[in-house]
Design a protein around this ligand. Sequence first.
Ligand code: DGJ
Length: 741
Amino acid sequence: MVTVNEKEKVFHLNNGRISYLFYVMESGQLGHLYFGKALNPEGNYLHMVEKAHRPMSVCIREGDLYTSYEHLRQEYPCYGTSDYRYPALEIQGSDGSRICKPEYQGYEVIKGKKPLEGLPATYVEREEEAETLEIYLKDALRGLEVVLSYTIFRDVDGIARSARFANRGQEGFFINRVMSMSVDLPDADFQSVQLSGSWSRERYVKVRDLDPGITAVSSMRGNSSHQHNPFLALKRKNATEQSGQVYGFSLVYSGNFLAQAEVDNYQVLRVMLGINPFGFQWKLEPGESFVAPEAVMVYSEEGLNGMSRQFHRLYRNRLARGYWRDKERPVLINNWEATQFAYVEDDLVTFATKAKECGVELFVLDDGWFGARNNDKCGLGDWKANRDKLPGGIEGLSAKIEALGMKFGLWFEPEMVNKDSDFFRSHPDYIIETPGRSASHGRNQFVLDFTRKEVVDAIYGQMHDLLSNAKISYIKWDMNRSISECYSTAYPADRQGEIFHRYILGVYDLHERLIREFPELLIESCSSGGGRFDAGMLYYAPQGWVSDDSDAIERAKIQYGTSLVYPLSCMGAHVSACPNEQVGRTTPIITRGNVAFTGAFGYELDLNKLSEAEIGMVKEQIQFYKENRSLIAKGDFYRLLSPFEGNFAAWEIADEKGSRALVTVTRILSEINGPFRRLPLRGLRRDQKYHVESRYLSYDAYGDELMQFGMMMEDKSCGQVIDGSGGCQDFLSILYEVTSI
Ligand code: DGJ
């Protein structure tokens, strides 16, 4: 998969579907050649280097007016030597100079893929699944060694990149800016696609035209954030969901990030992704090294859907890992929206008993079970059961739940502390705060200094005791505020720029220790809903709570946007009560179920409060999900109609062979006397006959008809419903089963 033209020093990564090419310039810097659909591995591609005498440009060799890094497409641009676009790397020596110029030293091709020490990353299970090219560079003046790593996957149209840095010199220096990837595309005729929003409306799809200058999204909150996701796509203006060229870039990281597209004065497009340089500075003493997080680049000629399917395949199978990766996820019920903090053990057992009767497999006890926690002002940090609420402790409650025939799960917020807690009273110095300044709170809580091993150890110890003594099969790992006044008293002044990154390394370390000790534990990540829903967390937690907004119509948008990058297997999605807690909307329970099916399914309400008819539906939903969860988790996902563009959200999940598909169509507002509609499906076999079945419709058709003419939609708003058969109301969702016969 990796071809090296030794003579011309051209490197070609090619898996038969995509190619990525770069070369070594005469000066020793790396130049970018091509990223896109596969090119012939035998080809010679150096003529792709475009050079001209550009007046006013600064050139690197005396007497040569053609060679300027400003105009040559770079592979891993470094600051200070005639390239005036943003660099991937900037270092600062003890003499104050911020110039660096790592030059090519050699390369190695490795079968498979190495892990990234202390960081989440994609992986392979067998060497033949991927090949890795490592490029060695050196800045002799500083003694800086750089290793750029490129892994091309056999079965995914993507490349994973990362970079390692070592100081082999005599003096320390700072890394001020380090991107995990950079690529200079030869033209800028693209639109950027980002996933942006806020608490309870995370990952809305935003499309922008690229103009000269910078288009960027970032986080400086300490978590990847509700506001922007560590992802950026570039689509050709005529690319759609199903067709056209799209590049996708995703960072496997959960902290501060920057995703940036820069269009220069000659329409060259530089894309980069990495740790946000704002607030970042890492000191590298002689002998020390630093590893940048992994970035994944995907190329698709099948539009945004094609890009998503590549990300899904890679992230579901080779980023998520461990016991739960391929296992069917349990149908769960979570008590948060039903009870908030107000419950005692008996209520919970009654709550769980009803859930068991309906077929729920896992009961999750959310916030409020520990310390003096009866509201959000106290208790965080004291991970011991509140005996007033739970006389038998977590041991007793979990045993009762298991006796009902269900598994038991528990909420934690390991990174946080309330000042009103025994933990804080014993360790007031354990929080992130800047000496001499007051510390801001978020939801009355403070952030523990996870850069310090003794802090992580103290939390690990408490969690370990509970997990060892009680029957806990699942934890929901929450994180309900961003970091402010970022500073650690454990580090000297010249290492304060490391704290945000060290914090995330501490979070990863705690996850890793728990997974090693309790390999069968299912972890669901959460951060006030979807504030840290990123590829980094997916390495530790195979599912994540998508958003605190559980309204089905809002969720249709949020899950639609989330699906651009993340597979359905990792999207925690629950049916909640109506009127909905967040938006006050009342939606049919069918709609709530249909939308929540598109993920790791569960309930977030008190089933004892539902009518008999509703309980009947809940039982049906659970039965349906159990029968279809393998298809939902592993099938190919197709977005068909965007809720960001019209009155419908529609998507399809088809198995790999095209023998069965589930199609969900959610109409937001009802219409009267509207048009007849058909919905062209995807991923079916043209010459295969299928049976289409839904609540209101049943017919047979061949795959070609279903994909070309489209599946008939029995939308009762075409005309007026006069037979009392229903099917015409706001927020109605219909699920179609398409099965080969
Ligand atoms: C925020 C989460 O997103 C909710 O689901 C819930 O767990 C609360 N925190 C509990 O405090």
